[in-house]
Design a protein around this ligand. Structure first.
Ligand SMILES: *Cc1c(COP(=O)(O)O)cnc(C)c1O
Length: 368
């Protein structure tokens, strides 16, 4: 590591978060540990392995690539692919014992043919739309679709699910979705279609709506210790820290400009530090003149615009801070902390984007 920029992933906190979620749920509720996009930027394989060690036995991923990567790393747990897979890859789903989301009849037909050829039955979860407007048939039209799917003898339709668009912001709509989903399942049951797994809850759904659990939930964000908008506290802890170092310091005079656009002008003579992180690393440009960092357990402000691979920090009168000093961009130091939620708020985005945009080139150090 020649450039002093790294991510620390606290696997102990991750395991603790999984267990905290587990104990919040009823015993009969299964947990799909959602680890799409490299486990929200935390590193797919180390996260998956730690979760297995902590008791996870079902994973949710976003792509066939991620699923196969897990298999190649020796993960034998169930893997549900929470997106659509092109039907030309049906054979790979079967070969790697993966669980596809089924939203399309042409796909199901091909999947069934491939499974028949191999003389096996492949499990699948059908996804219906109750208001997200992303994947799956509208639940009003889905009855016919499910009846058609039931003709495919080599597909084991073991799961049915839907997704919340606003579990953190719109309780009445979310409650309406839960009701619609419940009624739809009951209606299907009367017609003889029963699903072993029924699920809809993401992190905020899981925390805020007990009746959203059915018998499976799909937490992502809270696994990584980031709290959605809710009063409920189950004791999760942040997992990821982003750290760098001061690489240069100087003293500037009153009136000196710092960084592109000269949006920061020193009000008085002061010390400025240059730190090795920038927007190309996933430290948002929108944090220009807005973010704080922690150095020696104290908060300091970002001075001027975030550059591609540098930021400058207003050290005020702290001439004692020199090149080589550690800088916490996200994480904690001596009882003070900068959370993913803070960075999201300062840059007017969501914590999910902060985490998943951290460059894959930043070394991840997994600490147990
Ligand atoms: C990403 C995702 C989740 C997890 O959402 P969080 O808000 O991170 O808990 C659950 N279900 C589906 C379908 C997803 O794509």
């Amino acid at each position: 590591m020649y450039r002093p920029l790294w991510i620390e992933v606290n696997l102990k906190a991750l395991g603790g978060n999984f267990k905290a979620i587990r104990s919040y749920l009823g015993r009969k509720v299964e947990v799909v540990a959602t680890i799409k996009q490299s486990a929200y930027g935390h590193g797919l394989i180390p996260v998956a392995k730690k979760l297995v060690e902590s008791g996870a036995d079902i994973f949710g991923v976003g792509s066939l690539e991620e699923a196969i990567t897990l298999r190649k790393a020796g993960i034998s747990a169930s893997i549900i692919i929470l997106s659509a897979v092109p039907d030309s890859f049906c054979d790979l789903l079967i070969e790697h014992k993966l669980i596809p989301t089924i939203i399309d009849i042409k796909f199901a037909k091909r999947l069934n043919q491939q499974a028949k050829k191999r003389n096996c039955r492949i499990p699948g979860h059908v996804k219906i739309d109750t208001g997200m407007g992303r994947l799956g048939l509208d639940y009003k039209d889905a009855g016919v679709f499910i009846r058609e799917l039931s003709q495919f003898k080599n597909i084991n339709l073991e799961g049915i699910y839907t997704h919340f668009p606003a579990a953190d912001s719109d309780p009445s709509f979310t409650q309406y979705q839960i009701e619609v989903f419940n009624q739809f399942i009951n209606q299907l049951k009367l017609q003889g279609f029963e699903f072993k797994f029924r699920h809809c809850a993401n992190s905020s759904g899981l925390l805020s709506y007990r009746d959203s659990h059915f018998n499976m939930v799909r937490p992502g964000l809270i696994l990584y210790g980031v709290k959605p908008e809710t009063e409920i506290d189950i004791g999760i802890k942040p997992v990821l820290s982003l750290k760098s170092k001061v690489i240069f310091t100087k003293k500037v005079k009153k009136g000196a400009g710092v960084s592109y656009g000269r949006t920061y002008i020193a009000k008085t003579s002061r010390h400025i530090a240059t730190v090795a992180v920038g927007y190309a690393d996933g430290y948002p440009w929108a944090l220009s003149n807005r973010a704080k960092v922690l150095i020696k357990g104290k908060f300091f402000d970002v001075a001027g615009r975030v550059c591609m691979d540098h930021i400058m920090i207003d050290l005020k009168n702290r001439g004692d801070i020199k090149a080589g000093e550690e800088v916490i961009l996200l994480g904690e130091s001596k009882g003070k902390s900068i959370s993913c939620e803070d960075l999201a708020q300062w840059s007017e985005t969501i914590p999910y984007e902060i985490l998943t945009r951290l460059s894959v080139n930043i070394p991840r150090i997994h600490i147990n």
